[in-house]
Design a binder for this molecule. Sequence first.
Ligand code: AMP
Ligand code: MG
Length: 434
Amino acid sequence: MTDARINKESDPMSEQTVTPDPSCADDFDPNSLSVIEALARIDTAVSPIRGYQKLALRDALDRVLVEAIDSPIDVPAHTNSAMDGYALDSRELADHGNTQLAVIGTAYAGKPFKGALGPGQCVRIMTGAVMPEGSDTVVMQEHVSVEGERILLGGDHKAGQNVRRAGEDLRAGARVLEPGTRIRPAELGLIASLGIGEVRVARRPRVAFFSTGDELKSIGETLTRGDIYDSNRYTLYGMLTRLGADVVDMGVVGDQRADLEAAFRDAADIADAVITSGGVSVGEADFVKDTLNSLGQVHFWKIAMKPGRPLAFGRVGNALFFGLPGNPVSVMVTFYQFVQPALRRLMGEREPATITVPARCTGRLRKRPGRVEYQRGILRRDDDGGLVVSSTGEQGSGILSSIAQANCFIVLSSESEGVDAGAEVPVQPFDGLI
Ligand code: AMP
Ligand code: MG
């Protein structure tokens, strides 16, 4: 990856003054950065990684194309039948009344009829079979009566019906996929339908992460008084893996300057991006800040959002750096809102925006103005088919079960003072990442 040193004039990450929160009851903080502004600064600071791989098609699942895919062939390659029925020349169709035709053979998918149709003749044809010479129309088998080697059909048919024309889906040379497209199962199929067996995709970004905190124990260790199990490394592992990153789990690092510094150096040496959790809240921020000052260019933001107010962003060595808050829900929210779009951009993906849909709220949602809130919700269809969303209840930023029950974020704007039951609210479905 390139060393995108940020020039001072256009520094997209200019620092916010950190002032102590005067009161927990006051959610408005004039020094905080809006979510939109933070996203814009991150977007400016991240550019796609260089380096690609040529992969066999199946191995390219969930990777991002670095090349355009143009169709080397007409799709379909041959004019063929869209139905099981009888192929005939439309000039045989009587304007009124019935037509009688002799069946002279059968065309199967992959086994074309070799001859040509003469006057008064038709060919039995299966879906996908090449249209025999001299035919341009297919009559569905349900619409004819068969009498021995002859068929009888009524007058209600149109010339050219039930036929898929060569190239009607794609013309040879047509642009099929743009660079920056993520390859999902549908794209795998589409590329395969063109006979293309290898594609060029961006290399996987390597993302190293570790948790910070003296209270953290790993699974298998015994908890002593005041300890908790580290869960952030598991949620991060899951989200990063689903996003297609090459993950490096660096474990737990205690709150000691020397250990932290060594961990940051090691991570920045091997990774395109480094993610940590914990240690960026007021009180601890100075400590991590100190450690990072000598290693890179990192800015500590207070973002006008809940949960997840503190966020550190910048570079450590040549790696992008995200210092996420410690609370487990805050980690997932800040990852979803900021790290996800940044990593998608790093991977060269073209459309990183998360989708928001409107839904009717089943209950009252409480909120104070001053910051955007991402409440955990359950989105479903009601009996009328409309989208409704209900809160998972308790919204504390340490309550992981609130996000495990949820399938979406309910996004309440900074100005919002809460909403009444029945109000329409914007909702972000998790779309498989969380
Ligand atoms: P901090 O941001 O370091 O002050 O942490 C805020 C809260 O999140 C504290 O209650 C921590 O114990 C908790 N926390 C920090 N890191 C983790 C982690 N890796 N797993 C679970 N909880 C954590
Ligand atoms: Mg901590």
